[in-house]
Design a protein around this ligand. Structure first.
Ligand code: NAD
Length: 357
């Protein structure tokens, strides 16, 4: 199994190093895995002028899976849009066709106090958000900013296109129905069909698919209500499926219910389960280089990689159990620290996971 490692910027290299130590420990136990490193994001801009250079693209296309840290930082914020690190991320997702973004939001019992919501509302929370990742208004054409005649005179207007083809909806729907099947068999599809034709089609296609999954209970919710319900009664949800833009917002909201952005992994899969695995958070420039970042989201992303791309459920569960164990032992990085627990840095957290493994 060949893994392309893209450590990226900011805390990316620090957290990726810990995930690699965990995978290397499994390798010494017999896991057949090889790593190749390449540049993505700001580091790639500095070295080549391109946030997603051809050499990286080649390695990523040849690999069985990609493990990514995070990209971006203030140093590159003033560059033209095409050269920004985040553009590299959009390009690699689009090129690899990883259209299904799986973002679990799990509240570990030991971290119940880290949530901004009352413990009784969030304790035991275990949601999976399935977000479409390569379509919608983020990629739709035409788009742009140009001077036009408007009711307020000639001035600049900005516009984007929200667009989904039926098959694009169907393939993300399949991923979501299948995931619901493996969990509590409940799927909530989120749209804005009362206002947007694009999402009216979304609802029609998802509703039509339900007949192929009679064992899954399908419900629909408008996105504004979903945003409200997520903070009012989040445990009503199990698997949620939605488009790229609504999914972007709702998955960040869901992740913060757990109070710990540093804990949440993600997987982005193509039709053959080749995947891009990365923590849900960004490059955290404010703490980069200090050795204090939480590596657990990246370590848990490596577990998702073993589960979804390599079909190695046993190794995935081994890593997840090791993470549960270090939390039970009281180890905490700064982002999840509370009095009475043991504050550790990035590397010490990695050491604790290795010891638990
Ligand atoms: P961020 O997720 O990087 O940071 C938000 C806050 O969470 C910061 O206070 C940070 O210190 C903290 N944090 C994040 N990850 C942490 C961890 N593992 N351990 C401890 N604390 C952690 O979001 P931001 O500040 O909005 O963005 C910073 C940069 O990251 C920007 O350049 C942005 O474009 C980029 N970004 C990249 C990705 C990605 O690579 N997938 C995603 C989001 C943002």
């Amino acid at each position: 199994m060949k893994v392309c490692v893209l450590a990226g910027d900011g805390i990316g290299p620090e957290i990726t190093a810990e995930a690699l130590r965990v995978l290397e420990a499994l390798r010494s136990d017999g896991l057949k895995i090889e790593f190749e490193h390449a540049l993505l994001g700001g580091g790639a801009v500095d070295a080549t002028g391109d946030p997603y250079p051809e050499a990286t693209s080649k390695l990523a296309r040849e690999a069985d899976a990609i493990l990514l840290g995070a990209v971006g930082g203030p140093k590159w914020d003033t560059l033209p849009r095409e050269q920004r690190p985040e553009r590299g991320l959009l390009r690699i997702r689009a090129e690899l066709g990883v259209f299904a973004n799986l973002r679990p939001a799990i509240l570990y019992p030991e971290l119940a106090n880290a949530s901004s919501l009352k413990p009784e509302i969030v304790s035991g929370l275990d949601i999976l958000i399935v977000r479409e990742l390569t379509g919608d208004i983020y990629f739709g054409q035409p788009r742009g900013i140009e001077v036009r005649d408007t009711p307020w005179g000639e001035q600049r207007v900005g516009w984007n296109t929200m667009i989904y083809a039926e098959e694009e909806i169907r393939r993300i729907g399949r991923v979501a129905f299948e995931a619901a099947r493996k969990r509590s068999k409940r799927l909530c599809s989120v749209d804005k069909m009362n206002v947007l034709e694009c999402t009216q089609l979304w609802r029609e296609v998802i509703t039509d698919m339900a007949k192929d999954y009679p064992d899954v209970e399908l419900s629909h919710m408008l996105v504004d209500n979903a945003a409200m319900q997520l903070v009012k009664a989040p445990k009503q949800f199990d698997v949620v499926v939605t488009g790229n833009m609504f999914g972007d917002i709702l998955s960040d909201e869901a992740s913060m219910l757990t109070g710990s952005i540093g804990m949440l992994p993600s997987a982005s899969l193509d039709a053959n389960n080749k995947g891009l695995y990365e923590p849900s958070h960004g490059s955290a420039p404010d703490i980069a280089g200090k050795g204090v970042a939480n590596p657990l989201a990246t370590i848990l992303s490596a577990a998702m990689m073993l589960r979804y791309s390599f079909g190695d459920e046993a190794s995935a569960v081994r890593i997840e159990n090791a993470v549960r164990k270090v939390l039970a032992q009281g180890y905490r990085t700064g982002d999840i620290f509370e009095p009475g627990t043991t504050r550790v840095g990035t590397k010490q957290m990695g050491d604790a996971v290795l010891a638990a493994l």
